[in-house]
Design a protein around this ligand. Structure first.
Ligand SMILES: C[S@@+](CC[C@H](N)C(=O)[O-])C[C@H]1O[C@@H](n2cnc3c(N)ncnc32)[C@H](O)[C@@H]1O
Length: 286
């Protein structure tokens, strides 16, 4: 990896020009139909078709190469710093970051990812010695995602139960999650532009030990830096969530959750969409 600056970003990404209005880009609207089109029909549906058509069985590394990229150079952010690396290396570093972020909250009765996509993160975690022996669940909104997680769990020979979840319902899943689980999200909760006031209830209902949300947060964008302003605009142009942190603080004020950690823009596989870390647990009723 090589150190880079914000000034280098236009060499790697069309987004600075788009955000500055120099290249045409129409603001997107996110809604359920759009998310299902993007994931069920296009991305995860397309991956399933690739698996079916492939003359040899595709591994998780194959799916990662298709979805996350390979040897092309990209920029990413780690804390305040910007670097260049291959897309493949950045994805591996992101998964290491997720593993490091979750480890302090073990032991737990289970490890559950909500919005797990094709299972890149949860299946990788299940293969790591530090997470061995923990019952793992990879749940997604889309049947295509759940199907891919099931297939990858078989291909990679790890036990990860796959199933459906919806972060916008209460409870978020019918899967048999044991009490005391470590639940996490990674770039899935930000697909809802405005979460409802009771957003945290649907997850709290599962009785988790802790909930780790690794998500881009609009309220965490630093308006005193150029990078922070670009990040804010990027979220707005793509209609990603803008109220997760506000709701979290409201819940904290109401005494319904305890916040165990809150770290702004900690790691960004895309520097304009860096993930914050928010860790909370349901407050014990008095
Ligand atoms: C960018 S992918 C992230 C996948 C995976 N978490 C990762 O980090 O590789 C976003 C995922 O969030 C899922 N998603 C979007 N809205 C959701 C919702 N309301 N409930 C559950 N999953 C959702 C999508 O189906 C998709 O699989």
């Amino acid at each position: 990896m090589i150190k880079r600056t914000l000034d280098d970003l236009p060499k790697y990404s069309p987004w600075p020009a788009r955000l500055l209005g120099l290249e045409r880009w129409d603001r997107r609207t996110k809604n359920r139909a759009e998310v299902e089109r993007e994931y069920q029909d296009e991305k995860w549906g397309g991956l399933l078709a690739r698996i079916e058509e492939s003359p040899w069985p595709l591994s998780l590394a194959d799916l990662d190469r298709i979805m996350q990229g390979g040897d092309e150079l990209v920029m990413y952010s780690d804390g305040e710093d910007l670097f260049e690396a291959t897309a493949r290396e950045v994805h591996l570093r992101y998964r290491d970051f997720v593993a490091r972020t979750l480890l302090p909250y073990l032991p737990a009765s289970a490890l559950v990812e909500l919005g797990a996509g094709y299972g890149s993160v949860i299946i990788d975690l299940a293969k790591r010695p530090e997470f061995a022996g923990i019952k793992a669940f990879g749940l997604d909104l889309t049947p295509a995602g759940a199907e891919l997680i099931g297939r990858m769990s078989a291909t990679e020979q790890v036990e990860v139960s796959s199933g459906l979840c919806d972060l916008l319902t209460d409870p978020v899943t019918d899967a048999a999650i044991p009490e005391g689980a470590l639940i996490y999200t990674s770039y899935s909760a930000h697909y809802e532009p405005r979460h409802r006031e009771d957003f945290f209830d649907g997850i709290a209902r599962l009785g988790p030990k802790a909930v780790v949300m690794i998500e881009p947060c609009h309220e965490h964008c630093d308006d005193s830096t150029l990078l922070g302003l670009l990040r804010r605009r990027y979220i707005e142009m793509n209609d990603y969530n803008t109220n997760l942190v506000t709701l979290l603080h409201e819940q904290l004020g109401a005494g319904t959750v305890k916040v165990l950690d809150e770290r702004k823009a900690a790691f960004g596989p895309n520097p304009l969409l860096a993930a914050s870390v928010i860790v909370w647990e349901p407050a014990q009723p008095n």
